[in-house]
Write a new protein. Sequence first.
Lengths: 285, 172
Amino acid sequence: MLLFTFLMSALTAHSQPNCLVFKEQGQMKRYQACEKSKALKGHYQFSREFQEILDEVLEIDSTFAYAYRAKSVAYLKSGDFIQWKKLMDQAVKYDPQGMLGYRGWCRYQFFRDYSGAIADLEQLTRLVNHDIGYSVTGEYHLKVALAICYGALGEQRKAIELITEHLKKEKHFIGLYDYLHLAVLHLELGEYNASIQALKKQIGEFDLAEVHYYLGLNYRQLSRIRADQEKARQEKELALNEFLRARDLYEKGNRMRDGYSHPMHKIFLAEIENEITLLTVQEDG
Amino acid sequence: MARILLLSPILISLFCLIGCKELNPSEKYLRWVGDIEFNPALDDPEFYPCNGEEQVLQYFNLEAGPQFPGEKPALEQLFKSQYVVDSIAGQSGWIRLRFMVNCKGKAGRFRLLEANSSMVAFQFDSSISEQLMSITKSIKEWPILYRGQKAIDYYFYLTFKLKDAQIQEILP
């Protein structure tokens, strides 16, 4: 029972619009629908009651984007991409500025629909003349999410430019993993020193197993292209130390997390162990 | 013929009394979105939730994130080694296999959901969906999740992002 109480309170806690605004604007159907939606309080978003209240809300005002979005969440989290998309298409239809960022983020986070997310976030950028905002999780600026999607489609250079531009802004928000993603993009392009620089900045923001895993990959790559044998040996040693540090942090639970899916560029213990084994075998050989 | 036509409204009403169960508003939804009811035509009668249908949670309710047997790379390796389908142009989109995992780590009540690249309902070539289903069902031990000391029953799913019949990513 305690768990259910927790679920209800935690999972229905998405922002309820201020109904009085609609009343003051003379949008009486919207106002009534909004008032009706207050009955959602206390109901788990997966529940029959939650869905039925929203159906009633939409009967009052079938153009209320908030209600479509609220209905869509349970479908999103249960992996029902068909119902989710139908509902979110309606939400975007009636409130593109308010809903494109959310739909774009979810397309990326839950379905790895990179081109769909890019389309939404680019459309939002064209629509508004202000900041496009943050992911619903609060961990990412949507410009960084957009960059990650470009990176996933092989456009790493464009992705790096987007993140760098975002991080250069005077009043920028540094996401939990921004420098980590930037570092992986550099690594993918073979820009090892730039990648190491970004990872060192990430340590200053939030140190975790992934940082040291990617540091290890960078040092390992540098050791392979190095003509100076002594320097190459030192870099191989650095790589091994970083992988060992990554394993230690991973086992302590300091790693990328997401309650619903696996975050982009997350690594797993087997991948760290594999790198340690490869380096150790090389050393022995 | 005319007699049949005259009788047809009566026959339709009769059939509906027997087979067409009209949904009243309270039946439009199950307990929770995504709940999977037992279907004797599809499901193993030996599989059931340990704590009753009303206590089945979602995998994320315990805030531990998605859990896989042997972490995700092991799962990806399983599909990489066992899923063998040639490239088929146009067979792109998402396939979700949703199922229940009980307190013993056993899975059952598998259900399929398929959509194309626009997330519109779409039926993939059966060689694709059947293999994905078969490999998923071959996993005999799923992680047992606990609430306190008690092993729970939970819903989980695997979503396969496909391009031309090839697996691009496995989610969540």
